[in-house]
Design a protein around this ligand. Structure first.
Ligand code: SAM
Length: 229
């Protein structure tokens, strides 16, 4: 059985033929989707030999070597146009690393029409990259697994891109609209942390006006969304 995070990623995959899983590790997503016959084939790509070997072992145990191939490559760079990838999943990494993989994979992104991204942190960094490169967020979900809350983003290249405001980049355009209880909980917690930090900064011996201003701005932005203003 898959974790709530991976389950949500899988539920967000639209009907497609070929999926690339970047940073695949166990290759859980491709194995599950091929077994369920939701996709015909997949590429499980890894930058490290250890996780690549794990995915090869799991793919062989599921007897899916014909449908799922593995690649050893950094980010998207192992993919070619002839792979005809319909969607790339990049999940379980920091947001800055995901943005870097997208930045370095722009050549490959010319022929990959859809992305599902799950940054473990710095979600705004990923949304900002998408916004700056004319990718549109078509779906977003938020899911809690233990103490961690994950945001999952489905992006596409649209004829007329959906551009985002600062607030939408920070909170997520769809998440802002849906106002899921997990979303509210996440930002209540973030507000508590920002207030704690602002308080500490204000009581510090060395004044740091820029940091205080940043913390106060963050508090204001969160309060606006939580309607506490
Ligand atoms: N995607 C799976 C998931 O969401 O459960 C596995 C996540 S695992 C925590 C992160 C994986 O990303 C590791 O196996 C790591 O080797 C791989 N990784 C890190 N940087 C990468 C890069 N630049 N290109 C490809 N894979 C990378």
């Amino acid at each position: 059985k898959l974790s709530p995070r991976l389950q949500t990623i899988i539920e967000m995959v639209p009907p497609i033929n070929c999926l690339a899983d970047i940073g695949s590790d166990h290759a859980y997503v491709p194995i599950y989707l091929v077994q369920q016959q939701q996709i015909q084939r997949a590429i499980a790509s890894e930058v490290s030999v250890g996780p690549r070997n794990i995915s090869q072992k799991d793919i062989a145990a599921a007897h899916l070597q014909k449908q799922i191939t593995t690649r050893l490559a950094d980010g998207l760079t192992g993919l070619t146009a002839s792979d005809r990838v319909d969607l790339a999943v990049i999940a379980g990494m920091g947001g800055q690393l995901i943005a870097q993989i997208l930045e370095q994979g722009q050549q490959q992104l010319e022929y990959i029409p859809q992305l599902i991204l799950e940054p473990n942190n710095d979600e705004a960094c990923v949304r900002s990259w998408l916004n700056n490169h004319n990718w549109s967020i078509v779906q977003e979900n938020i899911v809690q697994e233990g103490r961690h809350i994950y945001e999952i983003i489905h992006a596409q290249k649209l004829a007329i891109p959906i551009t985002l405001t600062e607030q939408q980049i920070m909170f997520g355009p769809q998440l802002l609209q849906k106002r899921d209880p997990i979303f509210i909980h996440k930002w209540q917690e973030q507000l508590r942390r920002a207030e704690f930090m602002a308080n500490n900064l204000q009581n510090a011996r060395q004044p740091q006006p820029q940091k205080i201003a940043a913390a106060k701005l963050r508090i204001k932005q969160i309060k606006e969304v939580l309607n506490y203003a």
